[in-house]
Design a protein around this ligand. Structure first.
Ligand code: GBH
Length: 451
């Protein structure tokens, strides 16, 4: 064990699972087709001033129609797996109640097409496109039950062919950023008590979803979630700073992954929230703590942390606007987070398996002479993968990696202004062109080693 020098062409475990990730609202388009119901992101993106340039996902990458072409992109990369999400409102246009068979039929075809091309689908059930018709959205506890019903229906239909399900994507984003900070749909700025209740409904939906999948899926189906846990890098690799990183990971995620892994809210969280603490009903924490087959994490940027004598025992070091970042101002560069994210989750909770459900970056990609030479993205990915590789070398149970993203897509509040793909999408023509990073990723997969 020990740090590998960046750029050392070490290899990954022989069965390491290479993949790419996308999400339904970001790529599908076809928002009014085959009975799909509206979502909170349709409403939000059609409200002037909410999304950069007032962009929306009406067409996006048109993947609803072009999924076969997308499968061929995956195949050409040589990935073994594809992480995609399902649009809940295609299956239940109103979130609950009447099922729309055309929605399930569509995903049936997508799954079959992937399998026919040797690509294993990993399915995320909720990646933020909440059906608009659900009263109160995540403010309403009933939404957690509606999610579980939907998850069970999907598991029943697809688990004969799909072995891996992730309940939700990124709890912090569809709760805090959406209901407390107002930057994502539905764009609310609720006070702490109501915000904490939204968080609680989010983790509850995950937990009830796990139970519903297990009750309906073929035995042996693997269930987990994809979370953008806040991760911390010890500024100096000594035991005191490493302990600070572990402690920060546990405390700072008390309302999300920590609650899920431990089946309880930390006392420190409940005390700090005081009267605004979430209202928890009997049985909730047991559901939330339902055992998982794997934990998947979305890893983009670090916070650096140091040990500190005063409570809580660590100090998070702030980023400065001029700290190095990729094209998105929030995407600070700190590739050691790749290792420390896996290490801290492993040290704290020992999940049976870990995946990287997203890692990637935005870059100011410009097509020149029909090519996109995105050296910045290759730099970012190679650095991160060097540190993920360290985790595999040290025997941590990291099983696979999903690059975000297969192609440029609707980047939420940033509209189409930020490109994360290894394929360039010309949104006027829908033409997909592999960037240099796609060529690089293909070579890495072919050798199963850093290149
Ligand atoms: C992930 O979010 C998402 O799962 C994925 O859908 C998305 O496309 C991808 O990463 C790239 O962003 O501008 O200050 O409001 C990563 C976490 C949360 C990071 C929202 C950007 C907005 C920061 N994202 N955040 S700000």
């Amino acid at each position: 064990s020990g740090a590998l020098p960046i750029g050392n062409a070490g290899s990954f475990p022989p069965d390491f699972l290479w993949g790419c990730a996308t999400a339904s609202y970001q790529i599908e388009g076809a928002v009014k087709e085959d009975g799909r119901g509206p979502t909170i992101w349709d409403t939000f993106s059609h409200t002037p001033g909410k999304v950069f340039n007032d962009d929306n996902g009406d067409v996006a990458c048109d993947s609803y129609h072009r999924y076969k072409e997308d499968t061929q992109l995956l195949k050409a990369l040589g990935v073994k797996t594809y992480r995609m999400s399902l649009a809940w409102s295609r299956i239940f246009p109103e979130g609950k109640g009447k099922l729309n068979p055309k929605g399930l039929d569509h995903y049936d075809r997508v799954v079959d097409d992937l399998l026919a091309n040797g690509i294993t689908p990993y399915i995320t059930l909720f990646h933020w496109d909440l059906p608009q018709a659900l009263p109160g959205g995540w403010q309403n506890r009933d939404t957690a039950y509606a999610f579980a019903d939907y998850a069970g229906v999907v598991a029943k239909r697809l688990s004969d062919r799909v072995n891996h399900f992730m309940t939700v994507n990124e709890l912090r984003c569809f709760t805090d950023i959406s209901y407390m900070e107002g930057r994502h749909a539905p764009g609310l700025k609720l006070p702490p008590a109501e915000g904490n209740q939204v968080r609680h409904h989010g983790v509850l939906a995950h937990g009830l979803g796990v139970q519903a999948i297990r009750a309906n899926a073929k035995p042996g189906t693997q269930v987990g979630l994809a979370d953008n846990t806040s991760f911390f890098v010890p500024v100096i690799e000594t035991e005191e700073h490493i302990e600070a990183a572990r402690k920060a990971t546990r405390e700072e995620n008390a309302m999300f992954l920590t609650a899920i892994m431990e089946g309880r809210y930390l006392d420190s969280y409940m005390q700090a929230q005081g009267a605004a603490a979430p209202k928890v009903q009997a049985g909730d924490m047991k559901a939330i703590g339902s055992p998982l087959d794997f934990v998947a994490i979305n890893v983009y940027c670090p916070s650096y942390v140091r040990a500190d004598a005063s409570a809580p025992g660590y100090k998070i070091l702030p980023h400065l606007p001029e700290s190095p970042h990729m094209a998105s101002p929030w995407l600070y560069v700190g590739p050691e987070v790749a290792y420390w994210s896996v290490r801290c989750v492993h040290d704290l909770w020992k999940p049976k398996a870990l995946y990287i459900s997203e890692n990637g970056c935005s870059a100011d990609d410009v097509m020149t002479d029909g090519r996109v030479d995105d050296a910045d993205r290759i730099m970012y990915l190679r650095n991160c993968l060097g540190h993920f590789q360290r985790a595999t070398r040290e025997g941590l149970p990291l099983k696979g990696y999903f690059l975000w993203s297969l192609m440029d897509n609707f980047e939420w509040a940033d509209g189409y202004s930020k490109r994360f793909g290894v394929h360039y999408v010309d949104f006027a023509t829908q033409k997909r062109t592999p960037k240099l990073s796609a060529e690089w990723y293909r070579e890495l997969i072919r050798r199963n080693a850093l290149v």
